[in-house]
Design a protein around this ligand. Structure first.
Ligand code: UN1
Length: 500
């Protein structure tokens, strides 16, 4: 694959693109080929963040007064522009973070969906009007913006997750400082360029590049920030939640998962195998919704396992830009090492390594972070590989004796993002739907693939604060606050609860 020149990416503050005050830069590297530098990116310091927050604060004063349908029109134009650039962005996603091109394009489609959906919310940001208990008086509740949001996003969905945060923020009348992952900064910059091209005024969206430790944490704690929306690791999310809680800021954290798929004895095994394959190895297992536990009824355990391993063995590892590839690399060296460490842990814990388990360094794999699809069978719920998030192509297969036992195992993890059951028995699926303790439950479908029109998020260590995506009950609740207006047109003092 020919290598293009690195993009020179900049920060965007008050409509102006510029490098960081620090003069420092970071590199964005293609994880399938570390010789391919995708971009050179500013590594921002405190003064850069200060200026970005200041710009967003100033822009907020006028943006909040732009009628929501007008804000929606700009977002609609952004949706059209992103749609026109889908191929370019999709390729960039793959080059920058490694997922296969089909998934890179899916990532962009999710951003497009969110933009169109939120554009429509401009004409629907409704509250309630209700009767007053007093004459010549009316009352209503309205949604108002919160102020300036810090949006901190991960590398695994370089356009979709930023879109989940940017468009609901903007439609609600907030302004933002967006800090994308330093592992997918080029895609983020391109997305922001398109949003600006759609006519969003200067200062409404500000983009600051840098590392999470240096730039992200300073941004989240900044006194000029009213709310933080974060997607990333549980360790960082919990820390940000504490910082924001102390400062009285709005906070939503979307964090890890240890998502189970239950396969019952009455399941369609071919369907379950296909679903488990997609859930476990799609995006190289680097989704917070990835299926990392397969809890299989003992009666179909052997049959399922054999078919699953046979299918997983056929997955072609490689550069995600090549059409034949089924699974791309891990994002970086430290993530790769973490996954390899977990494989060692799994072996020591006594799980049976039935497939994969190795890094590939031969031939075309030499310059990338490739690990084979890895299957551990005979795992027990107490094992670390069955409890801790690995964020890689490693799945633990666990045997269960009954539906109740399977659900108990599913619920025994500290995480509760998504969970799935494969069964043709309506009673089994109804029980699972009721009893699985997760934010998202799938019936006869894998744990990945949430759609943007519904709230996304989980329980326990998976999520903190309000849900993302969706409208009411989801993103709009995160990015607006309620204001209640009582209007008395009686011309006299009327006392609620006491009367005239
Ligand atoms: C994530 O892994 O952080 O449901 C988000 C899904 C995608 C979003 C995943 N729509 O798998």
């Amino acid at each position: 694959m020919s290598i293009s020149k690195p993009f020179k990416v900049k920060n965007l503050i008050n409509g102006k693109w510029a490098g960081a005050d620090t003069g420092k830069t970071l590199k964005s590297i293609n994880p399938a080929n570390t010789g391919d530098v995708v971009g050179i990116v500013p590594s921002s310091g405190k003064t850069d963040v200060d200026r970005a927050v200041d710009s967003a604060r100033k822009a907020y004063q006028s943006w909040r007064l732009v009628p929501a349908p007008k804000r929606g029109e700009m977002i609609f134009r952004a949706a059209c522009l992103i749609e026109q650039s889908k191929n370019e962005l999709g390729r960039l996603v793959t080059r920058e973070m490694g997922k296969i091109l089909k998934e890179g394009l899916g990532d962009v489609q999710e951003a497009i969906d969110m933009a169109y959906y939120m554009a429509g919310e401009g004409r629907r940001l409704s509250g309630e009007t209700v009767p007053s208990e007093l004459p010549d008086k009316d009352c209503k509740s309205i949604r108002v913006p919160i102020g300036v949001f810090a949006l901190i996003t991960p590398w695994n969905f370089p356009t979709a997750i930023p879109a989940w945060k940017i468009f609901p923020s903007l439609i609600s009348g907030n302004t933002v400082v967006f800090k994308p992952s330093s592992y997918a900064p080029v895609t983020a910059s391109r997305l922001v360029e398109l949003i600006c091209e759609a006519g969003v005024p200067d200062g409404v969206i500000n983009l600051i590049h840098g590392t999470g430790d240096e730039t992200g944490e300073y941004l989240a704690a900044h006194p000029g920030i009213d709310g933080v929306s974060f997607t990333g690791s549980t360790a960082v999310g919990e820390r940000l939640a504490r910082v924001c809680g102390r400062a009285g800021k709005e906070i939503s954290c979307e964090m890890g998962g240890k998502n189970p798929i239950i396969v019952m004895d009455d399941a369609r095994i071919d369907l379950a195998v296909e679903g488990a394959l997609w859930g476990a190895f799609g995006t190289t297992g680097q989704r917070c919704t990835a299926a990392s536990r397969l809890i299989v009824h003992r009666k179909v355990y052997d049959d399922f396992l054999e078919k699953f391993i046979t299918a997983a063995r056929k997955l072609r590892l490689g550069d995600g830009l090549l059409p034949a590839t089924d699974m791309g690399p891990l994002i970086n060296e430290s993530q790769m090492k973490k996954v390899l460490d977990y494989i060692e842990i799994g072996k020591k814990e006594g799980a049976e390594l039935r497939l994969g388990g190795r890094r590939r360094t031969d031939g075309a794999f030499k310059k990338g972070y490739f690990i084979e699809p890895t299957v551990f069978a005979g795992a027990a719920p107490r094992m670390r590989i069955a409890r801790e998030e690995i964020f890689g192509p490693v799945v633990a297969v666990i045997r269960a004796n009954s539906l109740e036992a399977a659900i108990d195992m599913a619920n025994s993890a500290d995480y509760g993002l998504s969970a799935a059951i494969y069964s043709q028995d309506v009673n089994n699926t109804a029980r699972a739907e009721r009893d699985l303790d997760a934010g998202i439950v799938y019936i006869n479908a894998p744990t990945i693939g949430a759609e943007i029109q519904l709230p996304f998020g989980g329980t326990g260590k998976s999520g903190h604060g309000r849900r993302e995506a969706g409208g009411r009950g989801g993103a709009l609740d995160m990015f607006t606050k309620w204001k209640v207006i009582y209007r008395d047109f009686s011309g006299r003092l009327q006392k609620a609860q006491i009367g005239g």
